[in-house]
Design a protein around this ligand. Structure first.
Ligand code: AMP
Ligand code: MG
Length: 327
């Protein structure tokens, strides 16, 4: 059962308590309804992908009640401070480097060194974020492949029974997604047009490049939409899938009862739970990459993960990690 919570003090308090214990709560912003989960809780973030039925992991936007709280988790450069001052709270998302001590789960960034952060302008959303006291990861609150919801009823149409609650703050004012601006490189790049116009951003920052395909083509992502043009995290060590045995000079990414051998191993889920495994996937690849190399491993062997539930998204990412890389 999905609870419908009113946008009053009690409703916000209940929604915040649910988020803090790892449950999923959809909430209205000025753009569209977001499907929120505690961004510091890897299993809650994995549950977001599960509820949406997404067949792949892409980085999620992390929502904060203020620019100060956002900039505690990412490194703000001079440009970021300027646009944040001009457009936050509002429909603008900034992609910036994660701080080394950033507590946000790696799955939220899909394993990347950057994090997309936003301070939404909707008063109920701001109250919820303040009360939760944690960054909230939230993609649009719809099933994968369906249109973004702009009312609580739209959210229920797609996700009733799949999430703990929806905080009903009425229809969304803007109705289109936030503008995504990448400020993590030397020049600003527009990754997705949205609620804040490029003209307004350029008046503040000077010329902005329109979404370049980064490593997207290379990763076989295709040119689906500008916002999807994100490079993918892949470990430096070569990755071997569907391993039935582990060689002495390999590191093991285990799923279920681990194979014997190898230089070191990382368990995705001892019980074979794909949601738990999804939450640990990027952590595991990074850990094996660093420790495997240190211990003299020459590759990462990956045990088979079933294609059911989030296994599909896990396998999609593992296949990309295992694909031959040019240059
Ligand atoms: P949605 O979750 O549907 O609002 O979409 C989030 C958008 O932000 C997607 O288009 C993502 O590709 C983009 N995005 C989020 N995080 C990053 C990141 N770290 N680097 C580049 N793009 C990102
Ligand atoms: Mg969406």
């Amino acid at each position: 059962m999905t609870e419908i919570l009113p946008a009053d003090k009690a409703g916000v308090a209940r929604a915040a308590a649910m988020l803090r214990r790892g449950a999923l709560v959809a909430f209205g912003t000025e753009t569209v309804y977001g499907l929120g989960g505690d961004a510091t809780n890897a299993e809650a973030v994995a549950a977001i992908f599960h509820a949406k039925g997404r067949p792949h992991f892409n980085p999620l936007i992390c929502h904060y009640p203020s620019s100060d709280s956002a900039f505690r988790h990412v490194v703000a450069n001079e440009r970021a401070l300027r646009v944040a001052d001009a457009f936050w709270p509002g429909p603008l998302t900034l992609v910036l480097p994660r701080r080394p001590d950033c507590p946000v789960a790696l799955l939220t960034s899909a394993g990347l060194d950057t994090l997309a952060v936003r301070v939404p302008a909707q008063p109920v959303a701001m109250a919820l974020l303040r009360e939760t006291g944690r960054p909230v990861a939230a993609p649009s609150a719809n099933r994968s492949g369906q249109v973004s919801p702009t009312s609580a009823q739209h959210v229920l149409d797609g996700l009733a029974g799949r999430i703990a609650a929806v905080l009903d703050s009425g229809p969304c004012k803007v109705g289109v997604e936030s503008t995504v601006l990448d400020l993590s490189e030397r020049d600003p790049v527009l990754l997705r047009p949205g609620g804040v116009t490029v003209e307004d951003l350029e008046a503040c920052l000077g010329p902005i490049q329109r979404g370049t395909p980064h490593a997207a083509g290379q990763a076989g992502e295709g040119l689906r939409s500008p916002g999807m043009m994100v490079s993918h995290y892949a470990p430096d060590l070569p990755v071997r899938l569907n391993a039935a045995t582990v060689a002495d000079d390999e590191a093991l990414l285990a799923f279920g009862p681990p194979l014997p051998g190898g230089r070191c191993q990382f368990q995705l889920s001892a019980s074979g739970d794909t949601i738990e495994a999804a939450g640990r996937l990027f952590e595991g690849l990074r850990w094996l990459d660093a420790n495997g190399a240190r211990l003299g491993a020459r590759g990462i062997a990956v045990m088979p993960v079933p294609d059911s539930g989030l296994g599909l998204a896990i396998n999609d990412r593992l296949q990309r990690a295992a694909a031959p890389r040019g240059g």
